[in-house]
Design a binder for this molecule. Structure first.
Ligand code: OAD
Length: 244
């Protein structure tokens, strides 16, 4: 483990954050993996796109419950310190990008001015019909039954990215652009097991970035592209690391 001290952000021009479920743990939201993780039972069936449309009832049940759970919590210092850092350092020829695998919207509620949601958001709904003109739209409802599209009558679904689906094109494009010139890469609260985000550190390293991993536990297996590792709760480490 490295010795924790505040980063001198003025030395970097293209800073990239990648966050995962661990940044929302202090808000009271369970992570995906680990002893109390939600990644158990039939979640694997529900979150696999290959099981649509048969899995729609369970998909709405699962994400409807998560909508309600997320609405009941608040952002925590891990979110707000990153937001403050973005506001302080983005601009004047310096870019600070925030990519999250989270679908809970807590970075935005914590004040982040710009968040790239790699796995989209539970608070958006879209039509299952790929040919339908309905745009994904903001939606906080917790429906009792599968809602139907007002344009084509097909079933609606939460807009989250499921296994077997591509990331949103704009997110992919922004990640490519940010990683190409990255000189400081900080991953926080992610087990580093889900691609393509799990590969971002390698790309940042190839660009010559300083690479930092902040997480409760070490990554297993260890990813040697991370050159520094700070273990502990993100909500305690980030205020020191980012000088919040
Ligand atoms: P995981 O649940 O895989 O990993 C969360 C990590 O956060 C674990 O390594 C924990 O040790 C760590 N952690 C827990 N509490 C923490 C804290 N207070 N501070 C710092 N770290 C803490 O979650 P992700 O890596 O985000 O995708 O998972 C990636 C993707 O897997 C998710 O976006 C989701 C899931 O399948 C889709 O649903 C498409």
């Amino acid at each position: 483990m490295s010795h924790l001290q505040t980063i001198d952000a003025s030395r970097y021009k293209n800073i990239v954050f990648l966050t995962g479920a661990g940044v929302s743990a202090a808000s009271g939201l369970p992570t995906f993996r680990g002893p109390n993780g939600i990644w158990q039972g039939d979640v694997a069936y529900v979150t696999n796109a290959a099981n649509l449309p048969g899995s729609l009832p369970q998909l709405w049940e699962f994400y409807g419950r998560r909508r309600a759970a997320v609405q009941a919590v608040q952002s925590n210092p891990a979110h707000t310190v990153i937001a403050d850092f973005q506001r302080k350092w983005h601009g004047s020829g310096r870019s600070v990008s925030l990519f999250t695998q989270n679908v809970d919207g807590l970075h935005q509620r914590g004040g982040s001015p710009d968040v790239v949601e790699l796995h989209s958001s539970i608070f958006r709904t879209r039509c299952l019909n790929p040919a339908c003109a309905l745009e994904p739209y903001p939606d906080e409802t917790v429906p009792d039954e599968i809602p139907t599209c007002p344009l084509c009558g097909w079933a609606l679904r939460p807009d989250v990215v499921l296994f077997g689906e591509l990331l949103p094109a704009e997110a992919t494009w922004r990640a490519q652009r940010a990683l190409r010139g990255c000189d400081l890469f900080i991953a926080v609260g992610t087990s580093g097991t889900v691609s393509p985000a799990a590969d971002y550190v390698r790309r940042a390293g190839l660009a010559g970035a300083r690479t930092i991993y902040v997480n409760l536990t070490s990554m297993t297996p260890r990813n040697t592209a991370f050159k520094e590792e700070y273990l502990g709760p993100a909500e305690e480490i980030l205020p020191v690391l980012l000088g919040g």
